[in-house]
Ligand binder design. Structure first.
Ligand code: URA
Length: 238
């Protein structure tokens, strides 16, 4: 959501000061109704804003995919550590992009950023059941009992209950894990609950979206088609 006066000034209609007079004059409509209060909040993707009858475009919706390297915290600011924001090209940093969900400092892999609050919410909410797939190197070897325990919904060492998840052993010390929620250190804690302590973790996909061959540390912007896929994410996964 964005304030009407911010949307109008960002779109170059007039300065914030001039806008007061413009709004009072009744020159601005939102979804066909005259709005005179610049503090009104709206959704630029859904609401139709017009100035003297001409459509005013809101900020472009942006979704970036980063192949996060280890050593960066998922945060916009941090007093000690380097943050994932340092990996985003300067031109994007002014666009109010925020990370969608979180990867631990030592975790690598797919991390999305967006200026679309609604999309961020959908991707994070466990209610939407968006599948996040991870590749892990760990101590020990996962077996059938571990697979069943994941499928039944694990209880972590502190008593936290997890939603059913998929564990796919890939051989000695390697597994693929698919979860639909994002609790703190979730995959590491799930694996530890089975004595399979994680040594390396990488997120490979989120819903239909895969890291594929994006090099480590690189960022790319998603196309409109890919964003639509993200919005429909819970209709068909991986
Ligand atoms: N689970 C974890 O334990 N760490 C992550 O970074 C992501 C999922």
């Amino acid at each position: 959501m964005i304030r009407l006066d911010k949307l109008l000034s960002d779109a170059g209609v007039a300065s914030r000061r001039e806008l007061k007079t413009i709004l009072k004059s009744g020159a601005v409509t939102v979804n066909g109704r005259i709005v005179t209060d610049g503090a009104v909040k709206l959704d630029p993707a859904a609401d139709q804003v017009r100035f003297r009858g001409e459509a005013v475009e809101g900020p472009r919706r942006i979704v970036l995919m980063l192949h996060k390297p280890a050593g960066f915290v998922t945060s916009t600011e941090d007093p000690r550590d380097r943050t994932v924001m340092e990996l985003i090209p300067e031109s994007y940093r002014r666009q109010s992009l925020v990370p969608v969900g979180r990867l631990d400092k030592e975790t690598e892999g797919l991390l999305l950023f967006t200026n679309d609050g609604d999309l961020a919410h959908r991707l994070i909410s466990p209610k939407q059941g968006v599948e996040k797939r991870y590749y892990a190197k760990h101590e020990g070897t996962a077996g059938e009992a571990d697979v069943r325990a994941f499928a039944a919904g694990l209880e972590l060492r502190d008593g936290t209950r997890c939603l059913p998840a998929v564990l796919r052993p890939l051989g000695a010390g390697e597994s693929e894990i698919t979860v639909t929620e994002g609790k703190y250190h979730q995959v590491r804690r799930m694996m530890s609950a089975r004595g399979l302590h994680v040594r390396y973790l990488r997120r490979e996909s989120e819903g239909l979206l895969r890291l594929e061959n994006l090099p480590l540390g690189e960022v790319r912007e998603l196309s409109e088609e890919e964003i639509v896929l993200l919005y429909n994410i819970h209709k068909g996964q991986n």
